[in-house]
Every structure is written in C-alpha cells, then in structure tokens.
Design a protein around this ligand. Structure first.
Ligand SMILES: NC(=O)c1ccc[n+]([C@@H]2O[C@H](COP(=O)([O-])OP(=O)(O)OC[C@H]3O[C@@H](n4cnc5c(N)ncnc54)[C@H](OP(=O)(O)O)[C@@H]3O)[C@@H](O)[C@H]2O)c1
Length: 232
C-alpha cells in the first residue's frame, strides 16, 4: 500500500493543553497568551516578578472571561504542559539556564529573534555561537523538546481586538517530529493561522534572521507582514 502524503492538517488534538509563557508580560507573550486563551487554553503569563505577571493577566482577562493567570517564570514553566519562550535575546540564555529543572520533559517553543538595530540600516541578524536562539535553547535544555516557531507573528496583530483572524503560516522547526506536530496544531488553534513544518533546528537561524527582512517590509509598506507557503 502506498503511504498517503503528509499534510499540514494531519495533526494531533491539542485541546486542553495548558500553556506557560516566559516573558509573557511583553507584547509578543501577551499577544500569544490572548490568542491561546481565546482558543480555550489555560494560559499562565510568566514574569521575573509575580505582580507584573498578575497585572498583565488581569489586563487580558478584563476584555472577557479568559482563562489567563500570572506567576513568576519558574511557576509558569513548571505548571504548564507547553512553555513558550518570549523573552528578549539578551535574557534568553540566562533565563533558560535558570529553568532547566522546570522545563525538563516539556515541549519548549522558542520564538526569539536575535536581532540588532542600527540607525539608518534597520534590523539585522546577530551571529549566535550555537547557530540560532533555538539551538542555544536546545543546548541549554538537553532534557526538553525544543521547537522553534512564531518568529514572524506580529505582536501588534495578536493584541489587536479588531483583528479576528491572522492569515499567515507559522514555520515550525525541530528535531522531534511529535513535538513539531504538536506545535503546528497549536498554531492552528489561532484563526487564520497554519503551522507548517520548516525543517530541523539547525535551519532555525535563517527563519529567525528572516524577521529582519519582514521588519524592512513592514517599515516600507506600513504593514504587519507574514508568510504564506504555497502548494502545501
Ligand atoms: N514583538 C514582536 O512582534 C515579536 C514577534 C515575534 C517574535 N518576537 C520575539 O519575542 C520575544 C519577546 O518580544 P517582546 O517584544 O515581547 O519583548 P519585550 O517586551 O522586550 O520583553 C518581553 C518580556 O521579557 C521580560 N524580560 C525583559 N528583559 C529580560 C531579561 N533580561 N531576562 C528575562 N526576562 C526579561 C520582561 O518581562 P518581566 O520584566 O515581566 O520579567 C518583558 O516584559 C523577543 O525575543 C522577540 O524577538 C517578538
């Protein structure tokens, strides 16, 4: 019997998975928290300070009856099924090193873009010793299942109450097929979004770096550009 080709829709049921977000008080983390809570996931916003996490959770929940709470990063990591890393590149390595125990055995989703900005030149990709932020996460967290995703998702659109759906494909990269399938399925929980497998972690650098191109597109066209992959 010939095997049917895999489609980006042949994915596990992720309903009921809880999500923790490290650095969830920033725009990207808060935006993802809002969309996943709207999709029915229990979300814990993580922060270095419990009061900031709780304030961010209350701000989100105020817009409706959303299942969002706030906690310090270790509790957000330890108490959730899946953990998203949404801290700035500067704090990436130290944050993950401090949470190795809490993140052991979990799917850890890294959306961090190591970028620099120069006046007159715009955004550009920074060199990373391990190859990419996602590979750094995998090196620091040998007992976690690291997946790279959500690099090109605009925080502004995620947070905009006027935006119901976000028409874009999320490239999902990783070395653990079960974990990338799960994260593709999570991307699909946000209306308009689709998760598409984009390769193994050693290909994460160019996906992270491509964000600099999207920022240039956004600046030129006053847009919030995303990607669509054709023919899949
Ligand atoms: N903004 C976007 O549109 C976008 C899109 C795709 C990907 N990303 C990626 O998502 C990540 C977060 O972006 P963002 O714009 O939300 O960033 P941000 O607002 O600058 O930071 C997010 C949160 O991280 C915490 N944080 C700040 N410095 C830290 C440090 N040194 N160590 C640990 N935690 C620290 C802060 O929370 P507490 O002070 O409460 O701990 C802050 O609210 C970035 O790596 C970015 O590349 C962003």
């Amino acid at each position: 019997m010939t095997e049917q080709p895999k489609t980006p829709y042949d994915l596990p049921d992720v309903t009921g998975l809880s999500i923790g977000i490290l650095g969830g008080t920033g725009d990207q983390g808060k935006g993802l928290a809002r969309r996943f809570a709207l999709a029915g996931h229990r979300v814990t916003i993580g922060s270095r300070r419990a009061d900031r996490a709780q304030a961010a959770a209350e701000e989100l929940a105020a817009g409706g009856d959303l299942p969002v709470s706030g906690a310090e990063n270790p509790a957000a990591a330890g108490g959730s099924d899946v953990v998203i890393v949404a801290v700035p590149w500067d704090g990436h390595k130290a944050t993950l090193e401090s949470l190795r125990a809490e993140l052991a055995g979990k799917v850890v989703v890294d959306c961090v873009n190591p970028l620099g900005f120069e006046k007159g030149k715009g955004a550009f990709a920074l060199p990373v010793e391990e190859g990419s932020a996602a590979q750094q996460a995998a090196a620091v967290l040998p007992d976690s299942r690291v997946v790279a995703a959500f690099h090109h998702v605009s925080a502004k659109l995620l947070l905009d109450p006027e935006v119901d759906g976000m028409e874009l494909d999320v490239l999902v990269l990783g070395d653990d097929r079960e974990a990338t399938d799960l994260v593709q399925a999570l991307a699909g929980r946000i209306p308009g979004m689709r998760g598409v497998y984009g390769g193994r972690l050693h290909n994460a650098h160019q996906v992270e770096a491509f964000t600099a191109n999207l920022i240039s597109i956004n600046r030129r066209y006053k847009a919030h550009a995303g990607l669509r992959v054709t023919d899949v």
